[in-house]
Design a protein around this ligand. Structure first.
Ligand SMILES: Nc1nc2c(c(=O)[nH]1)N[C@H]1C(S)=C(S)[C@@H](COP(=O)(O)OP(=O)(O)OC[C@H]3O[C@@H](n4cnc5c(=O)[nH]c(N)nc54)[C@H](O)[C@@H]3O)O[C@H]1N2
Ligand SMILES: Nc1nc2c(c(=O)[nH]1)N[C@H]1C(S)=C(S)[C@@H](COP(=O)(O)OP(=O)(O)OC[C@H]3O[C@@H](n4cnc5c(=O)[nH]c(N)nc54)[C@H](O)[C@@H]3O)O[C@H]1N2
Ligand SMILES: [Mo]
Length: 809
């Protein structure tokens, strides 16, 4: 079996190369577009890019997701990055059950059936991006001042290649200059040792960091004495974690891929799977083939809601035959999901009056609490109100409810379209309410299934990155590691930025990621970073966060996940946890991009030793052999018993999920229904609700090109998708230039000028555009009071024809 697949890989790779002969490599010539912020008038803002020589195009996409379009896109990318030879070789080692490295892309789980080519277009791009042959060495930094680089587009910064050695900002020359690793650690150590109190430091994590490094990182912060551990999850699935914790006593989903294979109905809310979790397409196609119902709930009909040709289905690839990936599409208004789910629950409860089987009464009575109140709430909420708030008709809500009722087993899955809202927590809890009604929990093929983002963002939380740690976790950490962890809650992402402005956080360490661009209110975040005494970025590539820095600044380059991590104890592996709680090892195989790179555990240990010279923690021993870190983790973390052995099993191991076994660590010991008030999400007259999202060709703040294939867009990122009637009302035509003004909770306004408007199949009153450029529009105070998460999917905006002001060009 394996042999045949390998042959197929070879065939496919060759075909890709062949295809590329006819596709010219993308041309350069990009233009930075600097967004301005109306109120503050700051010129610091976004640095989007458009190919200046190419006219924007919009042609609705009618092809299946993945398939040959993906193959062609991959080939173009491999050529651009100069990785035609090594790229494909590495790709066959990705997500491999026997060794190999975990795809550094999304957190979708690996195939459990030993599929040897469990990869996707965007995973390939992401790996190739890391493995590029391009380098950005000291000569580059000698040639360019930071002021000059600040005018470059983000794509141009990242495309310089991999960082090769540690660098320190030199204010006199306004340049980054080389620094030795010992001196870099000494600088960090000195800054941390001389703080008035440890809470003046904040330690950010982007969800790429492996479990072992994660554990050391949080240990360092807590041994120093702070829980200031902001992470990308604060902008991502914080709402899911809080809601699931409150409802089920576990902050994670309860299902795994096997459940996806057994379920009768899938409800997919607020995720653009074809771009952001493309391996989900395989599961959707398989579900469709065996007759499962697949309901997509999204203001936009995304590519995963229609058809796909999955890349490892060679017969289908050869014959261009697509499989459907959806059976029903519902397009609620932005923020309308809570009303829609409640409408479904209302219909189920109505049906239960005549059909007792509509409800799982036994489950509800034995395992839940709060049902009567929830039922009363559903009954008293009128269909008119549900229609108004969801933006859907009663018939549509009833149709979805019927699919749910007729399915023996249902899974509800969601991503940012549900979480990045004021009422994200309430909405996730409403999802759980609906599941509980029919006992869709604790049995095969049923349950909640959040789609996590970064490849190890879930593992980061499991291994201690949490600004609100539980006492039980801190007790064990203290006991096992011999430290006295601080008890006061720390700062999250928004809290950290606000504290920088107050002068309360003066040292910022970014363990991966691109904080300056990923966080909301770009100019405000930039000003906060600039107020810091020291900013440290541990990175693989040059990005905006290196240029928006503190009085002192360091860039510390690290090994990527694809690279061999050689320590005194031999080649090391690190572990990661996917969206479905599977923990497995990842082993890099490539020669490091530079001999001067250190692994993330080594960098953390270096900083920790310098900051805590008398620490009893065996930092150096840990780095020699990561098995030692795992041995300690096994004692501290729930579900990590016998970690070193179990993580070496072919597919790793699954962390026990109490809620899956109907053990609920909630105050009542039962699964809790919630009874949230229905929020008013209908945009006020003249305003629109704006959701910011990713294009197909980007990874968060990394932009691969200006195209968004599945949405039919070419050569344009500074765009806003609008309903054609909303455009007509404003006298706007396709590609007309508009100014977008956001109105923050505190009434302040922010503006992006000269964006191009694109008519799109999106409900009236809704609009969409791309992050991170649009982060300028999200005020720092625009975070949810339920999750503290920036409400990046629901900004209140007005749009009018551009005044022609060229502030942002
Ligand atoms: N290739 C690639 N893969 C990625 C990433 C990437 O940037 N590139 N990022 C990774 C990360 S960190 C994350 S968190 C995930 C993000 O994965 P997604 O959640 O897919 O991310 P977004 O692009 O923000 O898209 C959100 C989706 O929500 C929909 N939406 C917006 N508002 C609403 C709403 O009110 N209700 C509903 N039901 N839907 C709504 C949008 O139409 C869009 O389809 O992807 C991960 N995977
Ligand atoms: N408006 C708006 N804003 C958003 C979102 C949105 O939907 N809308 N989504 C939010 C979400 S869900 C997220 S997760 C955040 C993303 O926020 P981040 O995780 O902070 O951002 P990324 O763009 O993923 O980070 C990319 C950088 O990570 C570094 N890097 C890559 N690989 C490695 C590695 O192996 N190790 C280390 N140390 N560094 C590495 C590279 O230098 C690269 O430039 O953005 C958030 N911001
Ligand atoms: Mo994310």
């Amino acid at each position: 079996m394996r042999h045949i697949e390998r042959v197929a890989v070879g065939w496919r790779t060759r075909l890709c190369v062949f295809l590329d002969i006819r596709t010219a490599p993308p041309s350069g010539g990009r233009r930075a577009v600097i967004g301005s912020c109306g109120e503050r008038g700051a010129t610091a803002g976004v640095w989007a890019m458009n190919d200046k020589d190419k006219a924007p195009e919009f042609t609705p996409y009618h092809h299946p997701a993945a398939g040959w379009g993906a193959a062609r896109s991959v080939t173009e990318f491999l050529v651009r990055e100069g990785e035609l030879l090594d790229g494909p070789r590495a790709i066959v080692r990705m997500n491999h059950e026997n060794g190999g490295f975990d795809c550094p892309g999304c957190a979708w789980p690996d195939d459990t059936k030993g599929l040897h080519l469990d990869i996707c277009e965007n995973g390939i791009k992401h790996v190739t991006w890391e493995m590029t042959r391009k380098r950005v060495g000291p000569e580059f930094f000698t040639a360019h001042t930071v002021r000059e680089l600040s005018r470059w587009s983000d794509a141009d910064l990242e495309s310089q290649g991999r960082l090769t050695e540690p660098l320190r900002y030199d204010a006199d020359s306004d340049r980054y200059v080389p620094i030795s690793w010992p001196d870099a650690f000494a600088l960090v150590g000195h800054a941390l040792r001389t703080l008035d109190h440890p809470g003046q430091a904040a330690f950010y994590t982007s969800g790429r960091l492996g479990n072992e490094a994660t554990f050391l990182y949080q240990l360092m912060a807590r041994e120093l004495g702070t829980n200031n551990l902001p992470d990308c999850s604060n902008m991502c699935h914080e709402a899911s974690g809080r809601a699931l914790q409150a409802a089920l006593g576990t902050g994670k989903g309860t299902v795994d891929l096997k459940d996806w294979e057994l379920t009768d109905a899938l409800f997919i809310l607020g995720v653009n799977a074809a771009s952001n979790a493309p391996r989900m397409l395989t599961s959707l196609a398989e579900a469709y083939r065996r007759g499962a119902q697949i309901v997509h709930i999204n203001p936009l009909i995304e590519a995963a809601a229609t058809r796909t040709i999955i890349p490892h289905d060679f017969a289908k690839m050869a014959t261009f035959r697509a499989t459907r990936t959806g059976t029903m599409n519902l397009q609620p208004r932005i923020g309308g999901d809570l009303a829609l789910i409640r409408g479904m629950a209302k219909a189920v409860l109505e049906q239960a009056r005549t059909d007792p089987k509509a409800l799982d009464t036994e489950f509800v009575e034995r395992h839940t609490s709060g049902f009567a109140e929830y039922r009363a709430l559903c009954e008293t909420t009128s269909w008119e109100e549900l229609e108004r708030q969801s933006g859907l008709g009663q018939a549509e809500m009833r149709a979805a409810a019927q699919v749910y009722r007729e399915a023996d087993r249902s899974i509800i899955s969601w991503c940012l379209g549900v979480t990045q809202h004021e009422h994200g927590v309430d909405t996730v809890r409403e999802i759980v309410n609906l599941l509980l009604l029919r006992g869709n929990l604790g049995r095969e093929g049923a349950g909640p299934s959040p789609v996590r983002g970064h490849s190890n963002v879930q593992g980061n939380r499991t291994c201690g990155i949490d600004h609100r740690p539980s006492d039980a976790f801190l007790d064990r950490l203290g006991e096992v590691c011999g430290i006295t962890p601080p008890r006061a809650h720390g700062l999250d992402t928004v809290g950290t930025i606000e504290a920088m402005h107050r002068g309360e956080v003066t040292v910022f360490v970014g363990m991966g990621g691109n904080f300056a661009l990923a966080a909301p209110d770009t100019p405000y975040t930039a000003a906060g970073l600039r107020k810091c005494e020291l900013t440290v970025q541990v990175s693989t590539k040059l990005n905006r966060s290196h240029l928006v820095h503190g009085r002192q600044a360091l860039i510390l380059p690290c090994l990527g996940r694809t690279e061999k991590d050689n320590q005194a104890g031999g080649v090391q592996a690190t572990s990661v946890e996917d969206s479905m709680s599977m923990v497995h090892l990842s082993v890099g195989m490539k020669r490091p991009a530079s001999p001067h790179l250190l692994s993330e555990p080594a960098i953390i240990a270096g900083m920790a030793r310098a900051a805590l010279p008398h620490s009893a923690t065996p930092w150096e021993d840990y780095v020699e052999d990561y098995d030692r870190i795992r041995d300690t983790m096994a004692q501290v973390l729930d579900g990590f018993e016998d970690f070193n052995r179990r993580v070496r099993l072919p597919l790793g191991f699954r962390i026990r999920q109490p809620a899956r076994e109907l053990v609920f660590r909630t105050p009542s010991g039962r699964a809790e229904f919630s009874a949230a008030r229905l929020p008013d999400v209908v945009p006020a007259e003249g305003t629109l609700a704006l959701g910011t999202m990713r294009s197909h060709d980007q990874w968060n703040t990394t932009i691969y090109s200006d195209n968004d294939r599945y949405r039919g867009i070419k050569n344009l990122r500074t765009l806003i998708f609008m309903n054609a009637d909303d455009m007509r009302e404003r006298g706007l035509g396709e590609f007309d230039e508009v100014d977008i003004t956001s109105i923050a909770k505190d009434g302040s306004t922010r503006c992006l000028r000269r964006y191009k408007v694109v008519p799109y199949d999106i409900p009236r009153g809704c609009a969409a555009g791309y992050m991170p450029e649009m982060n300028v529009l999200c005020a720092i105070g625009d975070y949810s009071t339920q999750s503290d998460q920036p409400i990046m999917k629901h900004l209140k905006i007005t749009v009018q024809a551009s005044t022609g002001d060229s502030a942002n060009s």
